[in-house]
Design a protein around this ligand. Structure first.
Ligand code: IPD
Ligand code: CA
Ligand code: CA
Ligand code: CA
Length: 270
């Protein structure tokens, strides 16, 4: 059986290779391939090509494992392990040349949909900054090999909070409603534009907390493990696993203050 540390080595190696590829494609010139659910929901050729590279590399190295990627969907697992991949998280930043996008690769045990998985290892690589955030279950979280930790003992009024918005206009309006409610009660709010980097920012103490509604498994699988291994509590509705309805991540003290506020607003949405 492959250890979690060995799985992380694979995730990180493939993520670095894909990151270099996507960065080179960006330098060659970015091209929108299609709009997906709405005009703001774009996909570039590089999103698809990067996912194909990751998928081909993983299926050659790990032929019995499953795959779930944003651009090419799922493939069944014979081993019980599935690789959950966002080839470019932060496509809008990628398109505009804002240096906050990442390749996110996690390997999970169990079923990614619904979220009844156990994440074993995860790597999030920002190719522009050269930062690689990594973690395996039980092994702590690292940034370029150095241990990272969440901020601790944080009070909500002093907290810098990250969030994001979905692509549907109606959903966004409602999400903005909660931002309007929270903004007066916290230090400030950031919309970085890549959920994986939001979660890794919590892990590295660059954000005190983060919440978002509407994330897909590939947005949060790797980042949620990295945040948790850095000391964050990461949970969704009712303290259950992070899922499409809600993801909240923060150091334990701040989590106690942030999670109930967000949950109260979002719980009865479905
Ligand atoms: C999006 C980003 C964004 C978040 C959205 C995601 P994509 O992923 O992570 O920050 O707010 O919910 O869909 O489409 O750029 O991979
Ligand atoms: Ca997308
Ligand atoms: Ca994403
Ligand atoms: Ca993506």
């Amino acid at each position: 059986m492959t250890s979690n540390a060995e799985l992380l080595e694979i995730a990180a190696t493939v993520a670095r290779r894909a990151a270099a590829f996507a960065l080179q494609r960006r330098r060659d010139g970015v091209e929108i391939a299609a709009s997906k659910s709405s005009l703001s929901d774009i996909v570039t050729r590089a999103d698809r090509e990067t996912e194909q590279l990751i998928r081909d590399t993983l299926s050659a190295a790990r032929p019995r494992d499953g795959f779930l990627g944003e651009e090419s969907g799922g493939g069944s697992s014979q081993s019980g392990l599935t690789w959950v991949v966002d080839p470019i998280d932060g496509t809008v930043n990628y398109f505009y040349g804002i240096p906050a996008w990442a390749v996110s690769i996690a390997v999970v045990e169990g079923d990614p949909e619904p979220t009844t998985w156990n994440t074993l290892a995860g790597a999030v690589v920002n190719p522009v900054s050269g930062e690689a955030f990594t973690a395996y279950a039980g092994g702590g979280a690292r940034l370029n090999g150095e241990p990272i930790h969440v901020t601790d003992g944080m009070e909500l009024p002093l907290a810098l909070i990250g969030t994001g918005f979905g692509y549907d206009a109606e959903v966004r309006r409602r999400q903005a409603g909660f931002v309007a409610e929270l903004i007066g009660d916290v230090r400030d709010i950031r919309r970085i534009g890549a959920a994986s980097l939001d979660l890794c920012s919590v892990a590295a103490g660059r954000l005190d907390g983060y919440y978002e509604r509407g994330l897909n498994p590939w947005d949060h699988a790797a980042g949620a493990l990295i945040a948790a291994e850095a000391g964050a509590r990461v949970a969704g509705i009712g303290g259950g696993p992070a899922d499409r309805r809600l993801t909240v991540a923060a150091g334990p003290d701040l989590f106690e203050q942030l999670h109930p506020r967000v949950e109260r607003f979002y719980a009865d949405w479905d």
